[in-house]
Design a protein around this ligand. Structure first.
Ligand SMILES: Nc1ncnc2c1ncn2[C@@H]1O[C@H](COP(=O)(O)OP(=O)(O)O)[C@@H](O)[C@H]1O
Ligand SMILES: [Mg+2]
Length: 255
């Protein structure tokens, strides 16, 4: 479980200095949940995501991952292993010279035996359809393949939570579908399902989650099933969001 208890965050540099980017947010993320997060640009989604694994520490309030508070420095290695992060641009995340090295990178720090490590790398390459590129530089992969590699590298560490910050916004429609399918599979996995939090600007992606949280001005504006939230068309329009087309049409036909 991740417990977010009354957190506030303010940047100390840049144009938003002094403004509360997160304003008294409380939330519980339970094991096995599939959560989507939407909100207008600048509503604090990325800042929130970065608080979940201690990349940022809130000024007030606490974030606790499986009982470990993020404001205790000694907890951070375990928290970072438990809460994997995938960002919008895989180029900012991929650091290794070859595809297989990228997947092995995080595992090396876990001190696994070499044979176990090789087995995990092979499995991730196969699961993410990257085996044929294993010796290649990630540089030569397409955007969709790079994002699959970023996910494979993070998931190789067997995190309990996966936070994805607009992972499909730079991808073509086919690659977008591939990434969404991978996210769905994470919940069907036997043994150890991964809890996911997907920040997205695409309402159809949010519809694949069990729970949708809407951010607005650094606060939680709505938190409910996606189907319930998307019926509140007027309120969504007011903060600059749109529901999936079928929900919007329904509303227009009713009038
Ligand atoms: N590293 C940073 N330093 C200073 N201000 C930032 C930084 N990152 C984001 N901000 C500001 O915080 C606000 C919220 O940004 P962000 O959390 O990225 O929102 P979102 O992901 O919802 O678009 C914006 O006004 C942005 O300018
Ligand atoms: Mg963002």
């Amino acid at each position: 479980m991740i417990e977010i208890d009354n957190i506030s965050f303010t940047y100390t540099n840049g144009a938003a200095t002094g403004r509360r980017i997160l304003n008294n947010i409380s939330l519980i993320i339970r094991p096995g949940e599939s959560i989507a997060v939407m909100g207008p640009n600048g509503s604090g989604k990325t800042t929130f995501a970065r608080c979940l694994n201690g990349l940022l520490l809130p000024m007030t309030g606490t974030v606790t991952v499986k009982g470990l508070p993020t404001n205790v420095a000694a907890n951070l290695p375990e928290i970072r292993r438990q809460v994997g992060m995938v960002f919008q641009n895989p180029d900012n995340q991929i650091v290794s010279a070859t595809v297989e090295r990228e997947i092995a990178f995080g595992l090396e720090n876990l001190g696994l035996p070499r044979t176990d490590m090789r087995e995990i790398v092979n499995k991730m390459l196969a699961d993410f359809e990257l085996t044929e590129y294993r010796k290649k530089s990630p540089h030569y992969l397409s955007g969709g393949e790079k994002q699959r590699l970023a996910m494979a590298a993070v998931l190789a560490m067997r995190p309990s939570y996966l936070v994805l910050d607009e992972p499909t916004s730079l991808l073509d429609p086919k690659s977008r579908r591939d990434i969404l399918e991978i996210i769905k599979q994470l919940h069907r996995r036997k043994g150890k399902p991964v809890t996911t939090l997907l920040i997205t600007q695409f309402p159809d992606e949010a519809l694949t989650a069990d729970r949708l949280i809407i951010f607005h001005n650094g606060e939680i504006f709505m938190d409910d099933k996606p189907e319930t939230i998307f019926k509140r068309v007027e309120e969504l329009f007011q903060i600059g969001l749109e529901p999936p087309i079928e929900f919007a049409l329904n509303e227009i036909l009713k009038r």
